[in-house]
Write a protein that binds this ligand. Structure first.
Ligand code: RTP
Ligand code: MG
Length: 142
């Protein structure tokens, strides 16, 4: 299986409930390596640009309001099949539909405050990693 990189965000709800460490631990225990990370307070412009694919959707304003409501932690995860592996760790978008043991089942409150983001395709991962990190901010494992 190919080594991949994916962009992960710990959203404001999970940061507010002091779940950063537990969530990062799930990535590491699953064999994904954190090769870049930073904490940010997103501006509206940053959040709108990141979620530009959703700008015509009815939930877009709520999504931007939520993503700018407090600090987030953004990280690049690297490992075998990292994009799908991270999506499986996250669980379904709506925590009520998320499988037992997933991050969203354990930490998310609602479809809006749903704890984490993860890139959904190889193309998205490249765009999203580039959106938050310069090349020299990524530190691959030797
Ligand atoms: P994400 O992009 O945050 O990883 O989540 P996702 O792929 O599972 O879901 P996506 O369809 O990309 O939607 C992005 C975020 O928008 C919010 N959302 N609200 N009210 C709604 O129907 C609705 N649908 C989506 C969620 O917070 C979702 O994570
Ligand atoms: Mg998405």
């Amino acid at each position: 299986m190919a080594q991949e990189r994916t962009l992960s965000i710990i959203k404001p709800d999970a940061v507010a409930k002091n779940a950063i460490g537990e969530i990062e631990s799930r990535f590491e225990k699953a064999g994904l390596s954190i090769v870049a990370m930073k904490m940010l307070q997103l501006s509206r412009e940053q959040a709108e640009g990141f979620y530009a694919e959703h700008k015509e959707r009815p939930f877009f304003r709520d999504l931007v309001d939520f993503m700018t409501s407090g600090p987030v932690v953004v990280q690049v995860l690297e490992g075998e099949n990292a994009i799908l592996a991270n999506r499986e760790l996250m669980g379904a978008t709506n925590p009520r539909e998320a499988a037992v043991g997933t991050i969203r089942a354990d930490f998310a409150e609602s479809i809006d405050a749903n704890a984490v983001h993860g890139s959904d395709s190889a193309e998205s991962a490249i765009r999203e990693v580039d959106y938050f990190f310069r090349g020299d901010e990524i530190c691959p494992r030797a």
